[in-house]
Design a binder for this molecule. Structure first.
Ligand code: NAG
Ligand code: NAG
Ligand code: NAG
Ligand code: NAG
Ligand code: NAG
Ligand code: NAG
Ligand code: NAG
Ligand code: NAG
Length: 463
């Protein structure tokens, strides 16, 4: 009888812990690529004040993992891309990594997911790819050695792992990775009952083709737009479901219909560069609020291809991160500003009706920008660094800096700030068409206000 009760109780208990492990409530990605962010301990307080029960970090920062001890917050940690190749061939190294990065914190810190690298296919040379699954296996083996059972091993993928994604039923993994990388990975994920961790950004899909993709469809607010998949007959009411189902169908095609998807990142930028459409507070708040409402809905909705299935997730990101490279949107995905105040109100339970939130600023860039843009030095830039960037821009040839030479029209005022502004505009006007950006490590910024004065005319980009 006692034995029976014990089995019964542990069954119930296991079920409860399984359910809580798979809460629908989105977690938050705590990225740290900012030079103005709060200390880990204060950031964790902010995470708690947002009522988040799950966070994802991009390393194994010991201060963060220590601050999370004895909290009820589940954590996803990450093994850096650079270690994948070495770990894939060296069990000792794998064991050592787990011993120094996981064991000191587990189980007091509720580490539940360990991602082997970040978007490996998108961000590492193809020589790394064959090492991904072997590294996953070694790490899993190490966890077993240390008797750590609750941590699922996976890796995060972006949508670029797919060759085609539309219509979803026709989706397939890229030919160069399907057999060599993805199939062994799916076998591993299926065997270990882990997840396919997927980064899903309807923003990028929409903004690359805003003419043919409906914005409301991307923001989960279309009432009269549906897309029917002729292959499956399934009807889509939003872009997110369409993207996620594409991956389910692609996995099914390789023989793995049972692997669950975990949304490792989703979100919408609250700001960006002048030439970036639709990155604003209104759209960001709308997307994230509607996403939360969708996944928190009872009964669980899932997606058209997997109705009723809980879709665990992380929102990207906790903070705007000012030292992330790339276009302006990269630095503006935060729910919070670095000073901890909210960019817009958000309710991670998804219970607050839209009318109970304070009014949002109306979107002003939902149409493509038309006009001229200049690229100038950002206020407050470090002058030493600005001087180096000026030399770099001028060394890119094609007479980029002729006008700031002594005696020429833009020589005066003779300051690094002014000369750099001219050089950035001149550089960008020539090189944008071949991928040049207005960034310069954060020293440059776009402006729609013509900086030219007197007889000095700054080159511009016309959109
Ligand atoms: C990988 O191993 C090689 C050879 O032992 C070593 O030289 C290299 O520094 C290691 N790479 C990393 C990122 O640890
Ligand atoms: C494997 O890693 C261990 C620990 O870092 C190191 O001492 C050893 O030299 C590595 N073995 C090989 C073959 O690189
Ligand atoms: C890796 O990329 C290089 C250059 O793009 C290409 O030539 C090579 O075939 C690729 N190797 C594999 C295994 O895909
Ligand atoms: C995936 O795992 C399930 C059980 O967890 C098993 O029934 C199925 O055969 C596996 N699929 C493949 C293709 O290995
Ligand atoms: C959907 O409805 C909105 C507002 O009622 C309208 O402006 C829009 O043109 C409609 N879109 C389509 C595709 O019918
Ligand atoms: C926090 O930063 C934002 C953006 O820079 C600013 O608008 C806001 O006023 C700041 N809040 C506080 C409390 O300083
Ligand atoms: C400016 O940047 C240089 C080089 O990165 C650094 O050594 C210096 O401390 C910085 N100066 C200021 C005032 O931040
Ligand atoms: C630089 O100038 C050459 C010759 O005029 C031209 O062919 C080339 O396209 C220019 N490069 C850029 C980036 O504008």
């Amino acid at each position: 009888m006692a034995m029976f009760l014990f089995i019964l109780l542990s069954l119930i208990f296991n079920n409860i812990s399984n359910i809580s492990a798979l809460s629908s409530q989105p977690g938050i990605c705590y990225g740290q690529l900012g030079n103005n962010l709060p200390k880990p301990q204060n950031s964790i307080s902010l995470i708690k004040s947002l009522n988040s029960k799950r966070i994802k970090i991009y390393d194994t920062n010991p201060q963060i993992l220590t601050s999370l001890k004895n909290t009820n917050i589940q954590v996803s940690i990450m093994l850096p891309n650079e270690l994948i190749t070495n770990i894939s061939t060296n069990q000792t190294l794998s064991d050592q990594w787990i011993k120094s990065n996981v064991v000191p914190f587990y189980p007091q810190t509720l580490i539940r997911y360990l991602l082997i690298g970040n978007e490996i296919i998108s961000s590492t040379p193809n020589s790394t790819w064959p090492h991904l699954v072997p590294a996953m296996r070694r790490i899993k083996h190490s966890l077993k050695k240390f008797r750590i059972k609750k941590i699922k091993v996976g890796t995060s993928s972006a949508m670029d792992v797919l060759e085609t994604s539309f219509p979803p039923s026709n989706a397939a993994f890229r030919k160069d990775i399907a057999v060599q990388v993805i199939k062994p990975m799916l076998r591993f994920l299926n065997r270990t009952k882990s997840f396919f961790f997927l980064d899903v950004y309807p923003f990028f899909a929409w903004s690359s083709d805003p003419v043919h993709v409906n914005l409301d469809y991307a923001l989960f607010r279309a009432t009269n737009v549906t897309v029917k998949d002729p292959g499956s007959g399934l009807v889509y009411t939003n872009l997110f479901d369409q993207m996620v189902d594409a991956v389910y169908f692609a996995m099914e095609k390789l023989g793995f219909p049972d692997i669950r998807i975990f949304i490792a990142e989703t979100g919408w930028p609250n700001g960006g560069d002048i030439d970036q459409i639709g990155a604003n507070v209104f759209n960001a708040a709308t997307y994230n609020r509607n996403f939360i409402r969708k996944v928190m809905k009872k009964p669980v909705v899932g997606t058209p291809a997997r109705p009723g299935l809980i879709l665990p997730s992380f929102l990207f990101a906790l903070f705007n991160e000012n030292i992330k490279p790339g276009p302006g949107t990269e630095r503006n995905f935060g729910l919070l500003y670095p000073n901890g105040s909210r960019v817009y109100e958000i309710d991670l339970f998804g219970k607050t009706p839209e009318s109970d939130f304070p009014a949002l600023p109306p979107p002003e860039n939902n149409e493509p920008y038309k006009g001229k843009i200049w690229c100038v030095a950002a206020r407050g830039s470090n002058l030493t660094e600005l001087g180096e960037a000026l030399s770099y821009a001028c060394s890119q040839g094609n007479r980029t800096c002729d006008a700031v030479q002594p005696g020429k029209k833009c020589f005066k005022p003779e300051s690094i700030f002014w000369h750099a502004s001219y050089a950035f505009s001149s550089y960008w006007a020539q090189f944008k068409k071949i991928g040049g950006t207005c960034y310069f490590n954060g020293l440059a910024t776009q402006t729609a206000k013509d900086p030219s004065y007197g007889s000095c005319k700054f080159p511009s980009v016309t959109l």
